[in-house]
Design a protein around this ligand. Structure first.
Ligand SMILES: Nc1ncnc2c1ncn2[C@@H]1O[C@H](COP(=O)(O)OP(=O)(O)OP(=O)(O)O)[C@@H](O)[C@H]1O
Ligand SMILES: [Mg+2]
Length: 419
């Protein structure tokens, strides 16, 4: 086996022979200097390896491979604290699979690993007999000379421990070796924390994306299905009355709703987002209002007082789905006879108002209660505008939803400025 911490037989060896000619004091200094250089080399190799992008598993595997080679250990492992008084073996090299299996989860205390992981500090144990007693079989055959446990630390938090199974005492590798190992533990801790943060950020982004898709489904397909269920009920009533004219009308409406649902589904499958109709927000709202009147018999007064509507497609879609959910709630919960929808802007400041003269939220009947996701989604859509969302509602006096947001004028297309 090579001697990892002794100076390399090139420039450093030459330094040594030069030092030998210069006397014993200079010789000691040269050896010390060579060891320091070696330590820096190790630290540099570890830090470089740990800064590579990759998952936590790749990071730990790379770390163990590099480190085993650098310090010439027979085996090495990394254990991370589980947060409930245990440490879990998360990566290992040179250990038999059965040993790794038995050693997987251990109480953090009562052995050098546990102490290093709970109290910190570098721990050295002669051989692994006490570990063998804990897991019920030898850790290594033949046993190693020294077993070293080093805390893996991020700032003042101990995340776990890494272990080295050495065939020669640590002291023989140089006096600064313990400090070096502690420093490597800190590098490893930093890299683990970074990998965890990145994976948390990724998970959060995925959750947010799922939430957005869930919202889109709630506001599109779920709405269409509710509408179709009502239309189907009306169709079957018309059929049982043998009113073929009305039945034909309901069947056509059902067909239109299915076409719309199909278009929404295709939008979601291709863009993961819904798109607003190309005719724009005002026209799309007018169509929605017309359908709502026809299907519910509720009178709707749609008032567009905007001077010039200049919203981005993303803003238009949020406004459209907020109004649509407000109308669905009115249909399901309010018992209202009249509804007013108003769009207004003063410069960049837009107001959207949807009010009904129904029972009010406190007095709403439970009969058509859904998942209770609608209001929360409306608020989330408002945050994405970004804007303010206000609900005013008194029992018996209806409900008013006010949406206020800022929309700076859209930039003119680049060629318009040239022309
Ligand atoms: N215009 C309204 N008039 C009376 N009550 C309302 C009105 N809008 C909402 N509510 C009440 O607020 C509750 C929450 O509305 P929300 O839209 O969050 O859920 P939901 O309509 O019950 O279910 P979902 O929207 O998920 O299908 C409703 O169950 C209803 O009791
Ligand atoms: Mg709702």
């Amino acid at each position: 086996m090579s001697e990892p911490i002794t100076p390399e037989p090139d420039a450093k060896a030459e330094d040594g022979s030069r030092a030998a000619r210069a006397g014993p004091r200079a010789q000691t200094q040269a050896v010390r200097l060579a060891r320091k250089t070696q330590s820096l080399d190790i630290l540099y190799a570890i830090a470089t390896g740990l800064s590579q992008p990759g998952s936590l598993e790749q990071l730990l595997d790379g770390f163990l491979d590099t480190f085993i080679e650098l310090v010439d250990a027979r085996a090495a492992s990394v254990r991370l604290a589980t947060g409930d008084g245990h440490t879990r073996l998360v990566a290992g090299r040179g250990l038999a699979p059965e040993v790794a299996e038995r050693d997987r989860l251990m109480p953090a205390g009562g052995c050098p690993c546990g102490w290093a992981a709970s109290e910190g500090g570098l721990r050295i144990q002669r051989g692994t007999a006490p570990c063998a007693a804990l897991i019920g079989r030898p850790m290594l055959e033949p046993d190693c000379t020294e077993f070293v446990a080093v805390p893996v630390q991020y700032q003042d938090r101990i995340l776990g421990v890494y272990n080295l199974f050495l065939d020669r005492p640590l002291a023989a590798m140089g006096e600064d070796m313990p400090d070096l190992l502690i420093s490597v533990g800190r590098h490893l801790g930093l890299a683990i924390e970074k990998a965890r943060l990145e994976s948390d950020a990724r998970r959060l982004a995925i959750m947010e994306e799922r939430n957005i898709i869930g919202n889109e489904l709630h506001d599109s397909l779920a709405q269409s299905l509710i509408g179709m269920r009502l239309q189907l009920k009306m169709l079957s009533e018309s059929l049982s009355r043998e009113d073929l004219g009305a039945a034909r009308y309901e069947a056509k409406a059902l067909q239109r709703a299915m076409t719309q649902a199909n278009a929404d589904l295709r939008d979601l499958l291709t863009n993961y987002r819904l798109k607003i109709d190309e005719s724009g927000l005002v026209q799309t709202l007018a169509t929605l209002v017309k359908r709502f009147r026809r299907e519910t018999g509720i009178a709707v007064f749609f008032q567009n007082e905007c001077q010039a509507l200049a919203l981005t497609p993303a803003q238009e879609i949020q406004v459209f789905y907020i109004v649509q959910e407000a109308l669905t709630n009115i249909r399901k919960h309010s018992g209202a006879r009249n509804v007013r929808i108003m769009l207004n802007n003063e410069g960049d400041l837009y107001t959207v108002l949807i009010e009904d003269d129904g029972l009010g939220m406190a007095g709403a009947a439970d009969g058509m209660r859904g998942e209770h996701a609608g209001l929360a989604i409306m608020r989330e859509r408002t945050e994405r505008l970004p804007g303010q969302f206000v609900i005013e509602s008194e029992p018996g006096e209806g409900t008013r939803i006010v949406l206020i947001f800022n929309a700076p004028p859209l930039a003119a297309p680049a060629n318009a400025a040239q022309g």
